[in-house]
Design a protein around this ligand. Structure first.
Ligand SMILES: *Cc1c(COP(=O)(O)O)cnc(C)c1O
Length: 399
């Protein structure tokens, strides 16, 4: 078997990835690339990263046998990797810790980030507070309005939230503004990207920081189940929780990898966020990947009940894994994800994030088609407390 060693030096996964940025950022990205390759294997960086993951985040997160639900479905055994139990309630914090440790070693006192639903903004504000660094978060004004609770959370954590009033006033506009800030303040500023997207080296770097999810899973599956799963499932927005759990499994061809995209109201309605299933190859966020765009290459508005999956692109490594056939990508609608959310609450006593509910919904589809001695491992990327208002609203309840 060929060893898997992507991306190449210029950040390419086949035709995907790379670095499409303004001239002024080329130097900043080189500097980041050098710092990352210097520190990633340095014992003192590794030690501090592991310490923070253990003592601040609360790792390792357990794996959990959804026994009652598996019995009910009458097929494969479903296991959850419990990223919902992390500090701040999702996997995003793993990557934020890694990047802020790098920022400190590079001597950058100022952190910027962009956020859609606010979850990456909160994770970034959290680590900035933890280390006493200045933090500015860009957010579309429409999102600021829709996600008032997360905006307040960021402020409580000491971050400055800049409301972006251009274009559609959502994530892609916040993204442009964050890039503009970085160009202007590149000397003292570190840009923390929240998923496996952006220009090289971000996709590989974020994947590496998140791969703690899969590395722990391999150990825990061996210990508690005595074998590795037949399937590993994860929701895909930008794709960081999926890459985190997939990556350590890529070289093990007996493990099938399945990413689950948001079909929203249904792919055929055009109101979805399924870049790999319904997008075209284009350039977004500094890399080549699948993008949801119109015939003129204009990025289109996406829709999902889950704010964290509502992203018009996808990490370039997923584009590669899809084309190469190593991973498969399926879709789940808003209604199916909601059903899985409710069933998970009642059957297992776990309230999953709506993002994670997409992966769970596919597990529920898949399990009855498999035998009882087969195993499905699902990345339960976050907890659902943040989604209460959305769920209530869909059920016609006003809180
Ligand atoms: C942000 C988020 C996602 C989607 O982001 P990825 O980069 O695709 O992992 C999934 N689940 C939760 C809980 C999130 O907060």
């Amino acid at each position: 078997m060929k060893p898997y060693n992507l991306p190449d030096d210029s950040g390419h996964f086949g035709q995907y990835g790379g670095s499409f940025v303004a001239e002024t950022l080329v130097h900043a990205l080189d500097e980041l690339k050098q710092a990352y390759s210097k520190y990633r294997s340095a014992p003192d960086f590794q030690r501090e990263f592991a310490y923070e993951l253990a003592h601040f985040v609360g790792r390792p997160s357990p794996i959990y046998h959804a026994r009652r639900w598996s019995e009910k479905l009458g097929g494969a055994q479903i296991w959850f990797k419990r990223e919902d139990l992390n500090h701040t309630g999702a996997h995003k914090i793993n990557n934020c810790i890694g990047q802020i440790l790098l920022a400190r070693r590079m001597g950058k006192p100022r952190i910027i980030a962009e956020t859609g639903a606010g979850q990456h903004g909160v994770a970034t504000a959290t680590v900035a507070a933890r280390y006493g660094l200045e933090c500015v978060v860009y957010m579309g004004s429409e999102d600021v309005r829709r996600q008032a609770q997360n905006v307040y959370r960021m402020k409580l954590l000491g971050a400055q939230v800049v409301s972006v009033d251009s274009g559609s006033c959502t994530l892609k506009d916040a993204l442009n503004e964050a890039m503009r800030d970085w160009v202007t303040n590149v000397e003292n500023t570190f840009y923390i990207i929240g998923t496996v997207a952006g220009p090289h080296p971000y996709p590989a770097m974020v994947r590496d920081f998140q791969s703690v999810i899969g590395t722990e899973s391999i150990e825990q599956m061996q210990e508690h189940v005595g074998r590795q799963p037949d399937y590993v499932l994860a929701s895909v927005g930008g794709g960081s929780n999926a890459m985190g759990i997939f990556y350590p499994y890529i070289s093990d061809n007996s493990v099938k990898l399945v990413g689950v995209e948001a079909a929203g109201d249904g792919i055929e309605t055009g109101r979805h966020a399924a870049s790999l299933n319904a997008g075209q190859v284009g350039v977004l966020h500094g890399n080549r990947t699948y993008v949801i765009q119109d015939e003129n290459g204009q990025v289109m508005e996406t829709h999902s009940i889950s704010a964290g999956l509502d992203y018009p692109g996808v990490g370039p490594e997923h584009a590669w894994l899809k084309d190469s056939g190593r991973a498969q990508y399926v879709t789940v609608t808003d209604d199916e994800a909601l059903q899985a959310f409710h069933d998970c609450c009642r059957t297992e006593g776990i309230m999953p994030a709506l993002e994670s509910s997409h992966a769970i919904a596919h597990a529920v589809r898949l399990a009855p088609t498999l035998s009882k001695d087969q195993v499905i491992l699902v990345s339960l990327s976050g907890r659902g407390d943040k989604d209460m208002h959305t769920v209530a609203q869909y059920s016609g309840i006003t809180l």
